[in-house]
Design a protein around this ligand. Structure first.
Ligand code: SAM
Length: 355
């Protein structure tokens, strides 16, 4: 309990302390409670709802865990037109979303110019734009920023370099780090995160992930349990555990009290109440899917994806009900993280002082 009292004050934990929290279940209830208290104190009671638009499942990568990997010949590939993307975004904004998260597999199926037009058009509708498109060149990241993109999500997935390399053929851990550094330098509100329960992932490496997030001072961290997906090299292995992903979420909140932390969809796939539980253990964001029709099911990273037969309107009402049922509100601001707001103020003060 001393350790909990200490982290509530300092928001620092050593590698050894993190390992002990992750290894033992003795502190779990105290840990979840402390994360919830920290969330309330630093980012308040309101939950940010951000609309996730999964606009293409075309992917050129071969990530061993992901159902979208190029070698999976068993999924029907799709690519929404710019008009469809804008139409889904417009409807989501009408339902009350203030942020549109554009996510896709990693490919060049949209030219840089086409992406810039889509970003600018969504910004013109009054929404904040988050991108989750994977690894791109610095020129592309810059062009998207200039077109109006505000935020970028790129999970490191794991900080265990050897594990990263074994799961991501033809990709490089160094390039992943480079992309994250460039995104931060370009002024994106930058999010990262990891998968929990990958085969060969140790408690020690999960503790390293947490220290990496702390040291990198990210604005958002998404933690998802790994869910084995059919037609991938990891189809038959054991998946991640809900409680371990929850502990990682709680520890992220304790180490980085002012950031945004989503209650991830994968958590709800493992437990029908998973997002509400995560919201009570440090999370303050939910990203309901706003893609419509058959595309919801076709964006299949793993089996058991929730809400594939629902409409975006129904999903928003449903998750709002769950949020209100646990005594929380729905935020009506644009969803910048408190950490990002503080950093921007610090930068303004620095420029004023040096003007
Ligand atoms: N292409 C972009 C990228 O690589 O960042 C965004 C799309 S990617 C499919 C989004 C996230 O899905 C990944 O960061 C990964 O953590 C998660 N994901 C993929 N396969 C998964 C699985 N089997 N279980 C849980 N999460 C998975």
């Amino acid at each position: 309990m001393d350790r909990i009292a200490k982290v509530l004050q300092t928001h620092e934990l050593s590698h050894q302390e993190l390992v002990e929290f992750l290894r033992s279940d003795r502190y779990d209830e105290a840990l979840f409670h402390a994360a919830d208290q920290t969330r309330e104190r630093y980012v308040g009671n309101d939950v940010h709802l951000k609309g996730l638009l999964e606009f293409s499942n075309i992917c050129t990568r071969t990530c061993h865990y992901c159902g979208l990997r190029v070698e999976n010949r068993f999924i029907k590939r799709y690519k929404l037109s710019s008009e469809e993307i804008l139409s889904f975004a417009r409807k989501a904004i009408d339902y009350g979303y203030k942020t549109i998260v554009l996510q896709s597999g990693e490919s060049h199926s949209y030219s840089m110019e086409a992406m810039c037009d889509i970003i600018a058009s969504i910004r013109a509708l009054g929404a904040t734009v988050t991108l989750s498109l994977g690894e791109k060149s610095e020129a592309e990241y810059q062009a998207y920023k200039e077109a109006g993109a505000n935020r970028y999500l790129l999970r490191i997935e794991t900080t265990d370099k050897a594990l990263y390399q074994s799961l991501h053929p033809q990709m490089s851990f160094e390039n992943r780090l480079k992309c994250l550094r460039i995104l931060k330098e370009l002024g994106y509100e930058t999010g990262s995160g990891s998968l929990v329960g990958l085969p060969g992932q140790s408690i020690t490496s999960l503790a390293n992930d947490l220290l990496f997030f702390k040291q990198s001072d990210f604005d958002m961290i998404g933690i998802g349990p790994f869910i084995p997906s059919e037609n991938t090299p990891l189809a038959q292995v054991k998946g991640g555990e809900f409680t371990m992903a929850l502990k990682m979420t709680a520890l992220v909140r304790l180490l980085l009290p002012k950031i945004n932390i989503p209650a991830t969809t994968a958590m709800e796939t493992l437990d029908p109440n998973g997002r509400a539980i995560a919201l009570k253990s440090g999370a303050n964001v939910v990203m309901p899917v706003i893609t419509e029709g058959e595309y919801r099911a076709l964006y299949r990273l793993y089996p058991g994806k929730i809400c594939i037969d629902d409409t975006p309107k129904h999903c928003r009402l449903c998750i709002s009900g769950k949020i209100i049922a646990i005594g929380r509100g729905i935020a009506d601001t644009n969803g910048d993280s408190e950490r990002f707001i503080v950093r921007q103020k610090e930068q303004r003060n620095f420029y004023d002082a040096n003007a």
